[in-house]
Design a protein around this ligand. Structure first.
Ligand SMILES: [Zn+2]
Length: 235
């Protein structure tokens, strides 16, 4: 934005954040397929806002790696390559043990209770059928990793994890094979058990194994198709 532009009203910032969050959620929940064109006009009319606000929201999502903005072609839901997919999980293997070690000193009874409640919700969703339940379950399994990052209290680590979990969902949408959760529920359980016993190194080992399993479930030769913009928002 240049200095010639007037400062946007708080309301415009809120609307921009709302659009960004709604599109991010649709990508993370796999309602929007990788590669889907996000035309400024279509998104603008869906949310009933100006193209300027849409452009800013799409630009923000491109910084998170969820949207590609291409000159003269417009914006698309990112379509991660095999190399990118491997780099995302390699980064998670580096970062998530660090997050566990950072979170460990802050983990008491209340935090264990909070994590167990998340796992119970995951389990409830796993037992439900249908695409909406499946999407909610994928989101809930990502929420576990984000919750551990939140306990660390380190806002920078939380932002890194936000991006990595969102980009992982995109990779899983493209290359995932499992019908059931890409995040094994039992593995989350074992990590919480280790944390409860203050076995931080054990939790780190389990986390690395868990990330290996998520990656092993991907078939990096396959690509899948998903819904378009209007399907994603039920228009
Ligand atoms: Zn997981």
């Amino acid at each position: 934005m240049t200095s010639a532009n007037p400062a946007p009203a708080d309301n415009a910032i809120d609307i921009g954040a709302h659009i960004r969050d709604a599109i991010r959620e649709a990508i993370v929940e796999r309602r929007l397929a990788p590669g889907t064109k996000l035309s400024e006009n279509d998104v603008g009319s869906l949310f009933n806002v100006s193209r300027t606000l849409v452009r800013a929201a799409l630009q923000a999502l491109s910084y998170e790696g969820l949207v590609n903005v291409e000159k003269n072609r417009g914006a698309f839901v990112a379509y991660p390559s095999v190399t990118e997919a491997q780099q995302i999980f390699a980064t998670r293997r580096l970062l998530e043990p660090v997050i566990l070690r950072e979170a460990a000193p802050h983990i008491g009874k209340a935090q264990i209770k909070e994590l167990r409640e998340l796992l119970a919700e995951e389990e409830r969703l796993t037992n439900q059928r249908g695409a909406p339940a499946r999407r909610a379950e994928i989101k809930a399994s990502g929420d576990f990793h984000l919750a551990v990052a939140a306990i660390s209290g380190n806002a920078i680590l939380m932002r890194f994890m936000d991006e990595l979990v969102a980009r992982s969902s995109l990779v899983i949408a493209l290359y995932g094979q499992s019908v059931i959760s890409s995040c094994g529920h039992n593995e989350h359980q074992q990590i919480v058990d280790a944390l409860e016993k203050k076995d931080v190194e054990g939790a780190c080992t389990l986390m690395l194994r868990h990330i290996d399993h998520i990656e092993a479930d991907l078939d990096l030769r396959l690509t899948k198709k998903g819904g378009g913009l209007r399907d994603a928002f039920h228009v």
